[in-house]
Design a protein around this ligand. Structure first.
Ligand code: SAM
Length: 306
């Protein structure tokens, strides 16, 4: 499909920022504000004022579509972050531990950086690259509000970052969420006409070329153990095709991890390992259209190559 044309209105996803508040305390505060946590109902059955804990992403709470939080004190103080469920998957599967050395290659406005900082309990370091100074400025204020202290913002192209530079040569985890067509973002597309919404083959080709260069660059870091790749695109050219080309280039060095095994919606069946990747869509998963893959380097001493 060229674009996602969804009639589904997505639930309101709320990620508890565990740098500032525990999930337990956030739930307590939400209950004090009049919301009620329910155990049973499916997300579709949620009534106004109710919420559930997400079964896939720890610290993610799910409210009915349209639930407003912009005036809520938890939101204003950065204790909760409004973030689509699918966009929480990359940091969740990359799972950098406290103390890790990490690169967020295309980082602004920084939602995934702040998610990783949460998982790392602000211990270790995340180098966050972005080429766009305005977006980086927004990121600076959002990450400050979120209490992120382990991120070092770097203005510049990730492609120009030298993997052998002593600052980066020890990096073990890279999250790569590059610029993409955005064809999975329902709220954006709901307002577009067909003409504005269609993406030219040329534009797709140039995006895919950039995405593949950035992915190959990430895989070339000497100490890297895991690389998470994600887009909010529904196009195979920006997703499975990019992954397949990178795997071919690094044959025998990396394999794809079978991420989120309980998630039914998998990558398009375009190459044998695509089923190890995750896709998400409004119709099947009540999220924006999204794609995630996780590369893991073979450990020469332990792993048997597939
Ligand atoms: N990961 C971000 C988040 O979760 O908040 C969203 C990232 S957005 C999809 C892609 C970003 O890549 C944009 O902010 C864009 O400015 C940046 N970008 C594009 N080309 C880049 C490059 N060569 N190096 C670093 N950043 C780049």
């Amino acid at each position: 499909p060229d674009t996602v044309r969804s009639q589904v209105s997505l639930p309101r996803y709320v990620r508890v920022n565990t740098l500032k508040i525990t999930v337990e305390d956030a739930i307590k505060r939400l209950k004090q504000a009049g919301f009620s946590l329910v155990e049973e109902p499916s997300v579709e059955a949620l009534e106004s004022g109710q919420f559930v804990q997400d079964p896939h992403i720890p610290a993610l709470l799910v409210f009915p579509p349209g639930t407003g939080f912009h005036d809520n004190q938890l939101y204003k103080s950065g204790e909760i972050i409004l973030q689509d469920k699918a966009s929480c998957i990359p940091a969740h599967v990359l799972a950098p531990p406290p103390g890790a050395l990490v690169i967020d290659a295309c980082a602004a406005p920084g939602n995934k950086t702040s998610h990783m900082a949460s998982l790392m309990q602000n211990k270790g370091k995340i180098f966050t690259f972005d080429i766009d100074p305005k977006r980086l400025a927004t990121m600076r204020s959002l990450t400050q509000r979120a209490g992120v202290s382990c991120a070092q913002l770097v203005h510049g192209s990730f492609l120009d970052c030298d993997p052998e530079d002593p600052r980066y040569s020890g990096v073990e985890y890279i999250l790569l969420d590059p610029s993409c067509s955005g064809s999975g973002i329902t709220s954006r597309l709901d307002h577009l006409t067909d003409e504005e919404g269609s993406i030219t083959t040329e534009r797709l080709e140039s995006l895919a070329q950039f995405q593949l260069s950035a992915l190959k660059h990430a895989l070339s870091f000497p100490a890297v153990r895991r690389v998470a790749y994600s887009t909010c695109s529904v196009h195979q050219q920006e997703n499975e095709d990019v992954i397949q080309a990178a795997l071919q280039e690094y044959e025998g060095k990396y394999r794809l991890q079978h991420i989120l095994p309980t998630w039914d919606h998998r990558g398009m069946d375009t190459f044998p390992q695509a089923c190890r990747c995750v896709r998400a869509s409004p119709e099947q998963d009540m999220t924006n259209g999204f794609f995630v893959a996780l590369f893991e380097k073979y450990n020469e001493n332990v792993d048997v190559k597939e």
